[in-house]
Ligand binder design. Sequence first.
Ligand SMILES: Nc1ncnc2c1ncn2[C@@H]1O[C@H](COP(=O)(O)OP(=O)(O)OP(=O)(O)O)[C@@H](O)[C@H]1O
Length: 270
Amino acid sequence: MNDVADPENLADLVIHMSGVGVRRGGNKLLADLDWSVELDERWVVLGPNGAGKTTLLKLAAAELHPTTGAVHVLGDRLGRVDVFELRTRIGFTSAAVNGRIPPEEKVRDVVVSAGYAVLGRWRESYDELDTGRADELLTALGIGHLGDRSYGTLSEGERKRTLIARSLMTDPEMLLLDEPAAGLDLGGREDLVARLSTLALDAEAPAMVLVTHHVEEIPPGFTHVLLLAEGRTVAAGLLDDVLTSGNLSEAFGQELVLERSGDRFFARRR
Ligand SMILES: Nc1ncnc2c1ncn2[C@@H]1O[C@H](COP(=O)(O)OP(=O)(O)OP(=O)(O)O)[C@@H](O)[C@H]1O
């Protein structure tokens, strides 16, 4: 077990949160949260609506500061670091990012522009090297043929995959995915889960944190789970230890049965 109080050990952690609370108005969005993510770990953050999952991910993305406690991201403490520089090292995909993409933008440019936005440059035509990398990422996500299409014409599943390609474009040290399978049909979900599983099992891939409401969406290869309810940790640690019927029931406030089939999970009410 790492002594996380030791600054040398903090350098090995992509996320470290200690005694973290977030308050807005009279609401406690998060309270007393301790959490660490190491370089080679892939975490699922699971919990019911309103549990605080997105708030937690925004802290990790350096998009929000805690009201109390300390958050270290990629070795730097929020509040003592240039968050604009820090964000260039983080890949972040969420519904909010989706809403900011102009529908007429070409899919390839949606991916390539990630690199240019963070560098603060602008050019009419992108480097061949960059467009080549964008095409490679789109192909790896199964949508290499859509590079010339406009973003607005894509299906929901194709958009999700485009945004994941975009968040990988800058070679981030950490990948944060907020409900990547939301709104997908069964086939789209299964396809995305398989692609994320490939990524999770790739030793070269960055540390990953995936937020979801559904155990069915946990891609094989994810190693750890943080169960959240009402802004507090219900349980956190290795997936095999933490993902149990008991913990799930506690997090979702009803008697649930968790079933495992191979490397996938299913849950239903008891
Ligand atoms: N700016 C704010 N002011 C007051 N309350 C807020 C604010 N932002 C979020 N909340 C509340 O904090 C709680 C946690 O929100 P958050 O979006 O982090 O939850 P979540 O687990 O991601 O939920 P969901 O699964 O529904 O997306 C919710 O009850 C939400 O209404």
